[in-house]
Design a protein around this ligand. Structure first.
Ligand code: UDP
Ligand code: MG
Length: 328
C-alpha cells in the first residue's frame, strides 16, 4: 500500500463506519495454555475503558501444533470481538505480527505476547499517550532481565552493543514487541515491503514520536519460551544484516590491512636479501600460520558477502510473508 494512502486516515479519526476503536494483535505459537488467561486479562482491562469497549482481539495462530487454534475458535464463537488468522505452518513471530497488523481495522493497534509478559494493564496509559499526548506510538521496554539465563542476557547485551556500533538506527535495549500504534504508524509499517522483517529495526527506522514505558521483566504466565538460544543468535544476525552494511566494510578493511602487512613483509625480505643475509630458512611454521590466517579472513569475508547475497535472493523471490490456512 502506498504511504500516501496510509496518510488518508489521519490518527484514527475518520475510519470507515463500524471500525473498532482499538485492535489487539496477539501472535501465538503453541500457546494453548495462555489463551484463556490472556483473553480474561484483556477483557478485564478494556471493558473498564468506556471508549474502547468495542475493541477487536485478533489472535494470529503461527502454525501451532497444539490446541491453540481450537482454544481461539472457542472464544471467537462466544465473543464477536474475537477474530483469528491461522497460518499453514510456523512462519515466525515477525510474520504473525505483520498478518495481525494487516488484518487490523482499529483506529489504534496494540501488539502483545500471548504469555502475559506484556501486561495488558498498561494499555490504557499507552492509549492516552498516543491519543492525546502527541505521540504516534507507545512502546514498552523492560529495564531488568530478572529470571533470564545469564548467558542469554550476556548475548543480548552483545547484540545491542553491536547494533549500536553497526546499524544506523537506534535499537533500544530491552524493547519488547509490546506497542500501541496510531493507524498512520501501522499503515506506514505495512507499506514497507521487505521480506527480511526485523521489526526491532523497522520501528526506529520509520521514525515518528515514540513514548517509552518501562517495567520490570515479568516471567511467562504459562507454557515455555519459543526462542532457543540459536534461534536468538540467528535473529540477531538477521537484524544486523538487515540494517547495516558495515560487515562488508569490515571485510574490505581487513583485506586492505592484510595487503599492507604483506607489503611490509616483502620489503623486509628484499632488504635482508640485499644486505646479504639468508632469510626464511626456518620460516615454515610462520608461513603456515600466515596462510591459515589469511585464508580464514578470506572465508570470513566471502561468508559475509554470501549472507547479503542470500538476503537479496529471498527479497527478489518475493514470496509472501505468510500463508493463511483459515481465518475468521
Ligand atoms: N511466537 C510466534 N511465533 C514463533 C515464536 C513465538 O508467534 O515462531 C509468539 C509466542 O506465541 C508469543 C510471542 O511470540 O506470544 C513471544 O514468544 P515467547 O514468549 O516464546 O518469547 P520470549 O518472551 O521468551 O522472548
Ligand atoms: Mg514470552
Amino acid at each position: 500500500m502506498p504511504v500516501q494512502n496510509a496518510l488518508r486516515y489521519g490518527t484514527g479519526g475518520d475510519l470507515p463506519d463500524g471500525s473498532p476503536s482499538l485492535s489487539v494483535v496477539v501472535p501465538c505459537f503453541n500457546e494453548e495454555s495462555s489463551i484463556k488467561p490472556l483473553y480474561g486479562e484483556v477483557l478485564r482491562v478494556l471493558e473498564g475503558e468506556a471508549d474502547v469497549r468495542d475493541f477487536e482481539l485478533i489472535f494470529v495462530d503461527d502454525g501451532s501444533k497444539d490446541a491453540t487454534l481450537a482454544a481461539v475458535k472457542k472464544y471467537a464463537a462466544l465473543d464477536s470481538r474475537v477474530h483469528y488468522i491461522s497460518f499453514s505452518r510456523n512462519f515466525g513471530k515477525e510474520a504473525a505480527l505483520l498478518a495481525g497488523l494487516a488484518g487490523s481495522a482499529g483506529g489504534y493497534v496494540v501488539t502483545l505476547d500471548a504469555d502475559l509478559q506484556d501486561p495488558p494493564a498498561l494499555i490504557p496509559e499507552m492509549l492516552a499517550a498516543v491519543r492525546g499526548g502527541g505521540f504516534d506510538c507507545a512502546a514498552a521496554r523492560r529495564v531488568t532481565r530478572k529470571g533470564e539465563p545469564p548467558v542469554r542476557s550476556l548475548f543480548a547485551r552483545c547484540f545491542y552493543w553491536m547494533m549500536a556500533k553497526f546499524a544506523d538506527i537506534d535499537v533500544v535495549d530491552g524493547a519488547r514487541d509490546f506497542r500501541l500504534m496510531s493507524r498512520v504508524y501501522v499503515d506506514v509499517i505495512l507499506s514497507l515491503e521487505e521480506r527480511n522483517r526485523f521489526s526491532k529495526g523497522i520501528f526506529p527506522w520509520i521514525g515518528f514520536r515514540t513514548k517509552w514505558f518501562e517495567y520490570e521483566n515479568i516471567e511467562r504466565g504459562s507454557g515455555k519460551t519459543k526462542w532457543s538460544f540459536w534461534r536468538l543468535v540467528i535473529y540477531a544476525l538477521d537484524g544486523i544484516l538487515a540494517f547495516s552494511s558495515k560487515p562488508l566494510a569490515i571485510a574490505s578493511v581487513l583485506g586492505i590491512l592484510l595487503f599492507l602487512a604483506s607489503l611490509v613483509l616483502i620489503s623486509w625480505i628484499v632488504i635482508e636479501k640485499l644486505m646479504g643475509h639468508t632469510v626464511n630458512v626456518y620460516g615454515w611454521a610462520s608461513t603456515v600460520c600466515i596462510i591459515l590466517f589469511t585464508s580464514g579472513i578470506q572465508l570470513f569475508s566471502v561468508g559475509i558477502l554470501g549472507q547479503y547475497l542470500a538476503k537479496t535472493y529471498t527479497e527478489v523471490k518475493r514470496r509472501p510473508h505468510y500463508i493463511v490456512r483459515e481465518a475468521s
